[in-house]
Design a protein around this ligand. Sequence first.
Ligand SMILES: C[S@@+](CC[C@H](N)C(=O)[O-])C[C@H]1O[C@@H](n2cnc3c(N)ncnc32)[C@H](O)[C@@H]1O
Length: 229
Amino acid sequence: MAEINLLKSLPKGKRSVSARKSQKTLNHIKISRKYGKEYFDGKREYGYGGYYYDGRWKSVAKDIVNLYKLKKGDKVLDIGCAKGFLVNDLIDLGIDAYGLDISEYAIQNSMKSTYGRLHIGSAEKLHFPDNSFDFVISINTIHNLTKLQCIKSLKEINRVSKKFSFVQVDSYRTLNQKKIFLEWVLTAKYHDYPQNWKKLFKLAGYKGDWYWTIIKWLKKLKYLKRKIL
Ligand SMILES: C[S@@+](CC[C@H](N)C(=O)[O-])C[C@H]1O[C@@H](n2cnc3c(N)ncnc32)[C@H](O)[C@@H]1O
């Protein structure tokens, strides 16, 4: 069990936090939480503003294989796989990868290479037998559930993983980061400081690794500066 920055090779995202703050309404939250077309491929105010494959997960897939010493044919599950980009890149490395997501839209619009490998379902109740996977990963997904469901999801991750697992969740280290996060967030139902997340991991008996998605003040300033110039 360790804190590991597994997504360090991804390009750093730019988010206009202040723009979302001024637009965000309860209706935006309601629509984005349907995880439909609006969330993935609609306007930025509802979510991604276009969720396309651009190869960015290839380096993450390589890091996963190296760090967890996965061999060709090992089984991996990505919970909250969306359109299956990471699943595709793991398959390319010889991994027997599968995904699960609550979004019918994402799975219906997934990559061809992942057909038959992505399941519709919810993280807190996985329809896989115990110890089915050599590695289970869930990126920016379980915080979209309530605290109780988060605990259930962590238990489920433990149950279906034979060896290793990794979760990345929304967090903040300072009051200022929390303020920025609250201005930005649409879907997350449970979010907390790292020390409280770690308590939750312990409560759930979670045995895997973890990392945090934190929107930093510096990024906001840089982005605003860029917009003004
Ligand atoms: C922020 S996206 C992350 C997608 C992908 N893991 C990534 O990092 O690009 C959150 C994903 O969680 C999925 N999701 C939300 N609630 C879920 C649930 N209860 N069970 C499984 N997936 C869920 C959404 O449909 C969406 O694909």
